[in-house]
Design a protein around this ligand. Sequence first.
Ligand code: AMP
Length: 131
Amino acid sequence: MTESIFTKIIRKQIPCHLLYEDDLVIAFLDINPVRLGHSLIVPKIQVDYFVDVPVNYYQAAFSLAQKLAPAIQKALGTTRIGLSVVGTEVPHFHLHLIPIEQDRIEGIRTFGNAAVLARQAELIRSVLNQA
Ligand code: AMP
């Protein structure tokens, strides 16, 4: 099986704007955010389709979503986070956490400015670490 880009991130072969990781999951900012604060939660096992993900990884991903969303809200001042599973681009199951503004979740993707993403990741990590 070809390594997904997310497996390469998990193995530290390519960088990411890390928010959190443990034995089962990793969370980092989307490199091409729909909204500022757009984050991904990825299980540390490469499985494409959500129905095939082992339940402990699946539960760990959703459990982290419940902790990470309030941290993103507090760090970036957003009122609500949308949660979605898409999987059209990267064949490695992941959750999208996307701040909702003016009742809309979609936005125009602009390539994430590395300095802005780094600052956002730092803010979100600091809130998560207070919890
Ligand atoms: P999808 O597979 O349709 O759920 O979308 C995959 C998401 O992964 C997209 O929002 C991409 O912007 C994001 N993405 C792809 N490569 C990277 C990367 N190296 N670091 C962070 N996010 C990425």
